[in-house]
Design a protein around this ligand. Structure first.
Ligand code: CO
Length: 215
């Protein structure tokens, strides 16, 4: 119970501190949200994206699941995506992976974890597709990092193929898609691919997925 109690105590203290310097901080945001970003990240507890990027409440629409998947059959993801780009008019959709991702590691191994094995099937396929490239890398950590990065690029590609994003682009509208990776060891975010807008970069992403070449 102690850990849970701490949440409420911290909340009281944080609200008091914020409203002391800015009494309207919360009421100003209560009316509506106008986020610039949709963040699709891993559920991992070590990726506190709002803290890492300094965004204020109302600036970032967030969707998280195990291993930051953007699957075309995931109604949850698609609902978030559609609402974000069509209703909230979000201009930037960011897929963020992270090194040391337990989901990616699980997909690279032979152990079975139950339902999550189904969820991670796409990453397993990707590891198979990139088998020769990955086997050529003898450093285990480098191999792990590479799969984390490939997974991000794949999810950006998946987003680019959704009718939701395709329809926006056909009408000459955004979003721009971005793939980034977070390094748990030093707190840094690194871009893998930026500003995918339906042009050559989508084809480049597909090539990465097929042949394992860099964007
Ligand atoms: Co993860």
């Amino acid at each position: 119970m102690e850990n849970l109690k701490r949440l409420f105590e911290n909340n009281e203290a944080i609200v008091a501190e914020i409203t002391k310097s800015d009494p309207e901080f919360f009421t100003r945001r209560a009316g509506k949200q106008e986020p610039h970003f949709l963040f699709i990240g891993c559920a991992d507890s070590r990726v506190p994206i709002e803290t890492l990027t300094g965004v204020a409440p109302g600036e970032m629409f967030v969707h998280r699941n195990i291993a930051n998947q953007a699957l075309a059959a995931d109604l949850n993801l698609l609902s978030v995506l559609q609402y974000a780009v069509e209703v909230l008019d979000v201009k930037h959709v960011i897929v963020c992976g992270h090194y040391q991702c337990g989901g990616v590691k699980a997909a690279m191994g032979d152990a079975s974890y139950g339902l999550v094995d189904h969820w991670l099937a796409g990453i397993r396929d990707q590891v198979l597709r990139h088998q020769s490239e990955l086997e050529a890398e003898h450093d285990e950590q480098a191999r792990f990092n590479r799969v984390v990065e490939l997974n991000v690029l794949r999810q950006v590609y998946n987003l680019s193929r959704t009718p939701i994003v395709q329809n926006c682009w056909k009408r000459g509208r955004r979003p721009l898609l971005h793939g980034i990776v977070y390094d748990i060891h030093d707190g840094r975010l690194t871009p893998l691919v930026l500003e995918v807008d339906g042009s050559d970069k989508v084809r480049a992403l597909l090539e990465v997925d097929r042949r394992g070449v860099g964007v």
